[in-house]
Write a protein that binds this ligand. Sequence first.
Ligand code: NAP
Length: 299
Amino acid sequence: MRHQYHPLGFEGSRIAQGFWRLQDWGWSDQETLAFIEQCLHLGVTTFDHADIYGDYRCEELFGKALMRKPILRDKIEIVTKCSILLPSEQRPEIKVHRYDYRSEHILSSVDRSLDNLQCEYIDTLLLHRPSPLMDADEVAQAFDHLFTLGKVKHFGVSNFTPQQFDLLQSRMDAPLIVNQLELSPLALQHFEDGSLDHAQQHAVTPMAWSPFSGGDLFGAQTEQALRVRNLLNEMAEDLAASVDQLVVAWLLRHPAGICPVMGSGKIERLQSAVEALQIDLSDDDWFRIWIASQGQPVP
Ligand code: NAP
């Protein structure tokens, strides 16, 4: 029997945890499992992966940890991605760093992710980056097949322009429910290029990757980073919140319903982000951060 598409769209937690850096954390399976459980304790149930993370190893590390407590599978939402080919010792057949949107690649990538994650289904599969060679009909067919087999529940994209999103959506029955984009006070491009307007218009959840610009927000010495950091430090004192919390609150304030994907393996950092859900950033404060990042007043 054909499964029905779920009408509700993205049903993840308001804040997600990313596992791009999982391998760097050097954890045992038990430590990874403990981290997963601590995330759940904080109400963070959505976990972001990609086939290529950690040189194709992070999904497997996560899967091994999850296998220690399989009952957790249905309490979490796994987001993973496909379509980047990365030359690697793990994948000697890959010769060129490029993208692959052939149906056979999408299907085999999902099978590998399911094996590595030791799961029977992926909650949301994203196309990692747009490709000039993407044939939307072929991708839509592959998605339909994966859905019918019960291997993937929802589909989305990452780093897609609104036009690329619309092209793929026009060939699909299922709604694309996510566009994962780089969004932070140091990365304003998608606030202005129509991506977030498009997400709001179509009730697509924008997931924010690198919400702290990969840590640059705390350490980079560019003029923009210094301006934003100085302001955030001042505001943190006035608002009795920490700099990281103000950044999370700034993303959460956006009407498109941004879901920040946190990148640290330190649970106290995630706890701090979750506490930011309680901060109701005023529009004055939101624009102070915007203006500091732009380096000039709004027109
Ligand atoms: P991020 O949160 O912007 O950066 C994490 C880095 O910031 C870590 O090095 C962390 O250091 C540092 N950091 C965090 N909080 C800090 C604090 N309070 N003080 C000082 N340093 C702090 O996120 P990210 O790791 O770059 O990306 C998050 C997730 O987005 C990834 O895991 C991945 O799932 C996803 N992603 C997706 C794409 C895509 O194309 N779709 C691209 C990149 C990433 P510590 O480790 O010391 O905490």
